[in-house]
Design a protein around this ligand. Structure first.
Ligand SMILES: C[S@@+](CC[C@H](N)C(=O)[O-])C[C@H]1O[C@@H](n2cnc3c(N)ncnc32)[C@H](O)[C@@H]1O
Length: 349
């Protein structure tokens, strides 16, 4: 026993426990509008509570954690709290750098912990619908910001010639489209192309369809369907899957169906975790602990709810290459995506 090592680990555990509580409170700050209110400038607790329309006593306790957690600054002379602009850049606004949506989602996932814990003893999984009830809009919120900022120039623009094909007119499918933001962004940007968003979740598809109708996009449609049943005809010029393949209950079947549903010269763009399939290669990846955690709390139980699934978010590049080759893709390139946590697989026959 090295007492110094124990002491250092104790300090790390304190950091972790503190981080866990602050994550929950960041989630609350995001969901109640407190960060947005604080971005309006220094304020007393009562002013901040007034701006956000919240109970002052709860806001004061929250601010205590925010100040001692070094997220806000406090000036005792004026009793004013300040969210520094450099911090507001990462906690406010409809932008992908805002970690509020992720903190909100992690906090909401707490509601399904008893069900996930049960899977440890009984196996099986937890239906997506249970997560949708617990986590609501927070599941897709982070991805909405990512699509708005990075989808066209970042993800699609990285594929040589793809923007030109979409401008000219192509038939496109987004698999596991969730609440459909990728489809509506693409449909707006490429009016000559036609888009289909497919997802197993009726609630997500209803939300996607409502947004499509509100935007008046008539070159997009949404369907509730299992990706494993994707028909080969009529074929698509482009199939996309954002963070969706590892969540499938039958991923091999889905990848084969995707390959069969591509028109000659078509391309499958798969955005998925940027990890290795081997744990030892992920040890120095700063995103890996959170990746394994989200995989355990969400990806694994949803994909195993009524099937053999269970790839997990960190199924990794090595296994992805093997499975894509088995599905029939002969030319697979992996590019960096605009986010270090995700890789861009460009798959052609
Ligand atoms: C992590 S989410 C992907 C994020 C999504 N692309 C977005 O924009 O929010 C995974 C999605 O895959 C969907 N999914 C899981 N299994 C599916 C299946 N067999 N067929 C179709 N969709 C499926 C889930 O309902 C969920 O919406």
């Amino acid at each position: 026993m090295d007492p110094q090592r124990t002491r250092a680990f104790g300090e790390r555990l304190l950091d972790l426990l503190t981080g866990n509580v602050l994550t929950m409170l960041i989630g609350i700050g995001h969901q109640t509008g407190l960060f947005e209110a604080a971005a309006g400038g220094p304020a007393t607790c009562a002013e901040l509570a007034g701006r956000a329309g919240l109970d002052e006593r709860y806001v004061r306790e929250w601010l205590g954690a925010m100040v001692t957690g070094r997220i806000f600054e406090y000036e005792p002379g004026t009793a004013r709290y300040t969210l520094p602009a450099e911090h507001a850049a990462l906690l406010t606004g409809a932008r992908s750098a805002n970690v509020g949506p992720v903190a909100g989602m992690l906090t909401n996932l707490g509601a399904v912990l008893p069900s996930v814990r049960r899977c440890f003893t009984e196996g099986g999984g937890v239906p997506f619908a249970e997560f949708a009830v617990a986590a609501g809009d927070s599941l897709g919120e982070n991805w909405r910001n990512i699509y708005d900022e990075h989808l066209v120039d970042g993800f699609l623009g990285a594929v040589p010639g793809l923007l030109e094909r979409l401008r000219a007119g192509a038939r496109v499918l987004d698999l596991g489209c969730g609440t459909g933001r990728a489809v509506t962004v693409m449909a707006r940007e490429f009016p000559a192309s036609r888009f289909v968003g497919l997802d197993l979740s009726p609630a997500a598809i209803a939300q996607a369809e409502a947004e499509r109708a509100a935007l008046g996009l008539d070159n997009a449609e949404f369907v509730v369907a299992d990706a494993a049943d994707l028909p080969a005809d009529p074929p698509f010029d482009l199939i996309t899957a954002f963070d969706a393949v590892h969540d499938q209950r039958a991923p091999e079947v889905v990848l084969r169906a995707v390959h069969a549903a591509l028109a000659p010269g078509g391309v499958f763009v798969m955005v998925d975790g940027n990890y290795s399939s081997h744990l030892e290669n992920n040890v120095d990846n700063p995103y890996a602990p959170m990746g394994y955690g989200i995989s355990l709390l969400f990806c694994l139980p949803t994909s195993r709810a009524d099937g053999e699934g269970g790839l997990g978010l960190l199924w990794g590049r090595e296994l992805a290459h093997r499975m894509l080759a088995d599905a029939g893709f002969r030319d697979v390139r992996v590019l960096d995506s605009p986010r270090p946590q995700t890789a861009l697989y460009i798959c052609e026959s």
